[in-house]
Design a binder for this molecule. Structure first.
Ligand SMILES: NC(=O)c1ccc[n+]([C@@H]2O[C@H](COP(=O)([O-])OP(=O)(O)OC[C@H]3O[C@@H](n4cnc5c(N)ncnc54)[C@H](OP(=O)(O)O)[C@@H]3O)[C@@H](O)[C@H]2O)c1
Length: 246
């Protein structure tokens, strides 16, 4: 008989960076990881293959999550194929892309996150998980300074987090748990390399407070929020100075 894994997990933006690492850390014979990507089918397929090579199950699903029709089609396809979704990792994010219009950050980092959560809840069992991935720069916005050029993205990600908190009653009625995982700048990522070019002092200033968390460490915290019993509402990774003076 066709083996249906116990846990179906969708990771948005899993074709590279933190999402790709999360997908790979989820590799397990009892988990099916759905690797969502926007454009790069080959990269997404390589990540799915890496999950399978590690003994897990995985498939890829293309959707620009900021596009309502794409997002709806993705969720319908999951419903048809698996009949349920046990965990939704809201990792995909953006707004710093060249040529992005001024409304794009809000459409992606707020509206798309809320829409995916709304579409996911009816497919989730009791103890389903929604994990929202964010940065300290966004989580603490506007109370802390952000690097030059990052305010619009920080504001939109903060708005996405607030929009999810506004759905708490919906989550709790369905028995779904929301965990926000917030990280300091994560060493070696494209975003930090980009910020390094735009505002080198901001990156240097973060390093003064100690070693920046790694992709492995940050992804581990995200994966734990999916797999551990009774996950906390919020998990902070790195940036202890933010927390002391928050
Ligand atoms: N990097 C850091 O220092 C840091 C720190 C704290 C928190 N975080 C958070 O961690 C998460 C991942 O960050 P990252 O550094 O890994 O980002 P990244 O390297 O920019 O990767 C973003 C991923 O999201 C996908 N994506 C972007 N727009 C999309 C859309 N409209 N629809 C579907 N997928 C889309 C990208 O796909 P394509 O390849 O097709 O573009 C890519 O797979 C974000 O929520 C970020 O805020 C990052």
């Amino acid at each position: 008989m066709h083996h249906v894994p116990e846990r179906i997990v969708l990771v948005t933006g899993a074709s590279r960076g933190i999402g790709a690492e999360v997908a790979q850390q989820l590799a397990d014979p009892n988990t099916h990881v759905i690797v969502n990507y926007r454009e790069k089918a080959k990269r997404a397929e390589d990540i799915a293959q890496a999950v399978r090579d590690a003994g897990g199950h995985a498939s890829t699903l293309r959707a620009d999550i900021s596009d309502e029709a794409d997002a709806t089609a993705m969720m319908e396809s999951i419903e048809t194929r698996y009949g349920r979704l046990d965990a939704l990792v809201l990792n995909a994010s953006g707004g710093l892309e060249m040529g992005a219009d001024p409304g794009y950050a809000m459409r992606l980092n707020r509206d798309a996150q809320r829409r995916l959560a709304q579409l996911a809840v009816p497919m989730m069992p009791v103890d389903g998980r929604i994990v929202f991935v964010t940065s300290h720069q966004a989580h603490f916005f506007p109370n802390k300074a952000v690097p030059k050029g990052y305010s619009a993205v920080a504001a939109s990600k903060r708005a996405g987090e607030t929009a999810l908190y506004a759905m708490r009653a919906v989550f709790s009625r369905a028995g779904v748990r929301l965990t926000v995982v917030s990280g300091d700048m994560i060493d070696g990522t494209i975003i930090v390399r980009l910020l390094q070019r735009r505002d080198p002092d901001a990156v240097k200033a973060r390093r003064v407070h100690g070693t920046l968390p790694t992709v492995t460490e940050f992804s581990g915290a995200i994966v734990s929020s999916v797999t551990m019993p009774s996950p906390p509402g919020i998990v902070y990774v790195g940036g202890a100075d933010y927390l002391m003076t928050a």
